[in-house]
Design a protein around this ligand. Structure first.
Ligand code: ADP
Ligand code: MG
Length: 267
């Protein structure tokens, strides 16, 4: 449970595989949370900066970025900018973040940089949710996210190699729990890019549910062309086309996330 009076919940969205829907889930889940009235902050900690670009944040607007927060210990408030979505803010990322791993190699509290940066924000924050869009790697930057987070949300693409690497991710979670952040929970696993016409999608979904049971959200995100088009307009799918199947699925996912978080808060 957070010490904060408004209970800011920090959720890391991670999977070291690339292209599984981390960024898409971060952007659209955050937008859906805002639509439900939950003020939300995204932390983009992937040097590719896809969450920033997908929310229409030009490079010229990225004066201060998560690189400055992690490496130079600049206050996170300085990095935060508004997005076009009411109630949704983001601390953007730039390519220089790719150097963070090396620069933090011998730094003090190298795994706690993000947690330390979020301390004041947790105490007197307007945000109900902070979603962290992680890079496709289990490097020190991802470890910072897992150390700072209350919970982890794992997107899994409905394809043959969906479970590949998951045991390594779960081992990393155990290590982080043991050494850095004993409170870290697994909020859930979400199946993304589900294609009902493809037998493999169904098979992967059944396998994942057999392995992880209730940890898998009931909501499945369908493969949907509107969802993949939206970032090129600098908009979440939920703004680009709120009626498309992908947008509706992200609204349902947000309700499930809130229900799970409310259970934790009530404990
Ligand atoms: P990650 O952040 O894990 O690398 P992304 O969210 O960037 O993954 O998604 C990878 C690619 O798949 C992107 O081109 C994205 O637009 C596309 N994509 C993600 N989710 C969907 C979906 N539900 N339907 C169609 N395309 C999707
Ligand atoms: Mg991404």
């Amino acid at each position: 449970m957070s010490e904060s009076p408004i209970n800011t919940r920090i959720i890391a969205i991670a999977n070291q595989k690339g292209g599984v829907g981390k960024t898409t889930t971060t952007i659209n889940l955050a937008t859906a949370l805002c639509a439900i009235g939950k003020k939300t902050l995204i932390l983009d900690i992937d040097p590719q900066g896809n969450a920033s670009t997908g929310l229409g944040i030009d490079h010229a607007m990225r004066h201060t970025t998560t690189y400055d927060v992690l490496v130079r210990q600049v206050s996170i408030e300085k990095a935060i900018v508004h997005t076009a979505v009411p109630g949704l803010h983001i601390a953007p990322a730039e390519a220089d973040l790719a150097g963070a791993e090396l620069e933090l190699a011998n730094a003090p509290r190298r795994s706690h940089r993000l947690k330390d940066a979020l301390q004041t924000l947790r105490k007197n924050s307007e945000y109900q949710y902070v979603l962290i869009d992680c890079p496709p790697s289990l490097n020190v930057v991802t470890v910072n996210a897992l150390t700072a987070a209350d919970a982890l949300l794992v997107p899994l693409q409905c394809e043959f190699f969906a479970l590949e690497g998951l045991s390594q991710l779960l081992r990393t979670v155990d290590l982080v729990r043991g050494n850095l952040n004993p409170q870290l929970e697994i909020q859930g696993l979400v199946l993304t890019m589900y294609d009902p016409r493809n037998n493999l999608s169904k098979q992967v979904s059944d396998d994942v549910r057999a392995h992880f049971g209730d940890k898998v959200y009931k909501t499945v995100i369908p493969r949907n062309v509107r969802v993949s088009e939206a970032p090129s307009y600098g908009k979440p799918a939920l703004i680009y086309d709120y009626k498309c199947a992908g947008s509706k699925a992200y609204m349902r996912l947000a309700s499930e996330v809130i229900r799970r978080e409310d259970k934790v808060r009530a404990l």
